[in-house]
Design a protein around this ligand. Structure first.
Ligand code: KG4
Ligand code: ZN
Length: 339
């Protein structure tokens, strides 16, 4: 018997809906919000308004693409947090009303756990291996940078995290300094492809243990560029490829150093990456190289599951469903908070 889970994601600036049968994805629809581009970052009030406009057409399309009628749904999973409260409210309210109207269970999902559980989504064309417990997941996005020791679907422990900026934020802020559009990560990645990663050096943080810091790198990048621009106003334009390649390589070094340390300390070599920055080509290459260098089994998400998507919410919801862990109608979203 099919278990059709509708997933709804609205924690930041992507409105997404997906339908899964168990862990098999039938559809995954994402509506991006272009309204933030001119502001160089997400404007919360504009985000929640855009979610309101997108949510019905996106869910409708997800059901149509999956060829599933709403009456056939088994349960509805939604992102409860963390994220922007106004944005989360749109998805949460919609999920609650729809589950109530259809008389089906409601499943609450933590967005960060969902990024990690995206590794368990099966797509028609992939016979992919899924990580074995326990595994380490480096979750790197615009809002978070964490090393998570994952013992089971919902038994997760954050063993390292950033004390200031997230890795995605470091990409985005440096891109803004260079005058590149938001979000800067993908643009930096592209420009870095034709640049020399050794061209420039930026300071690396000295933080003990498994925690990260990226604010020093951002400041070092900013001061370096400010000094060079005094000598040559065209410096950034002339050297944008090398600047992006060097910045990207610094961020990856910082990420990898702590991940390698975490693997050594826990004696775990099942290693996954997740979140928006896991789309980065340099990071993917660095992780893959550890297969040979250290015998890691590595798990790299399909591109469609790196940035925010509802398929990961639905798969996390499915694991809640099979353990009978249903949400109540009184549930409200949370903007911050762990697992
Ligand atoms: O997971 P996500 O979609 O949203 C959050 O929950 O934050 O991640 C978005 C972040 C942004 O900072 C964006 O610049 C970054 O992921 N990103 C990348 C790449 N693609 C997206 N960063 C580096 N290289 C990329 N290819
Ligand atoms: Zn995310």
């Amino acid at each position: 018997m099919p278990v059709f889970i509708l997933g709804i994601e609205s924690s930041c600036d992507d409105t997404s809906a997906a339908v899964l049968d168990g862990t098999t994805m039938l559809s995954n629809v994402i509506a991006n919000q272009q309204v933030h581009r001119d502001f160089g970052g997400v404007v919360p009030e504009l985000a929640s308004r855009a979610h309101q406009q997108h949510i019905i057409p996106v869910i409708d399309k997800a059901l149509k693409n999956a060829k599933v009628r709403k009456e056939e749904l088994t349960a509805i999973a939604f992102t409860r947090g963390p994220g922007l409260l106004g944005s989360l409210l749109v998805g949460t309210s919609f999920a609650k009303s729809m589950a109530l109207a259809l008389g089906i269970p409601l499943l609450e999902v933590n967005h960060l756990q969902a990024h990690i559980l995206s590794h368990f989504i099966l797509t028609n064309d992939s016979q992919k291996a899924v990580p074995a417990f326990p595994f380490l997941c480096l979750t790197v996005s615009g809002g978070h940078t964490q090393i998570v020791l994952t013992r089971d679907y919902f038994d997760m422990e954050v063993i390292g995290s950033t004390i200031d900026d997230a890795a995605g934020e470091a990409f985005d802020k440096a891109a803004k300094i260079l005058g590149l559009p938001y979000p800067g990560g993908p643009v930096v990645d592209k420009l870095a492809g034709d640049g020399n990663p050794e061209a420039f050096r930026f300071s690396k943080p000295r933080i003990s243990g498994l925690d990260y810091s990226f604010s020093g790198l951002k400041t070092s990048f900013l001061y370096f560029l400010r000094d060079r621009l005094k000598e040559d106003p065209d410096f950034a334009e002339k050297h944008k490829h090398d600047l992006c390649a060097s910045l990207q390589s610094s961020i990856i070094d910082i990420l990898m150093d702590k991940l390698i340390l975490a693997s050594r300390q826990t004696n775990i070599s099942e290693i996954a990456i997740a979140g928006g920055v896991s789309a980065n080509s340099g990071l993917r290459k660095a992780i893959l190289s550890m297969k040979e260098k250290a015998g890691w089994n590595v798990y790299i998400p399909e591109f469609q599951f790196t940035t925010d998507n509802a398929a990961m919410i639905a798969v996390a919801g499915y694991f809640r469903f099979i353990s009978g862990d249903f949400a109540r109608q009184e549930v409200t979203p949370y903007s911050r908070g762990g697992f």
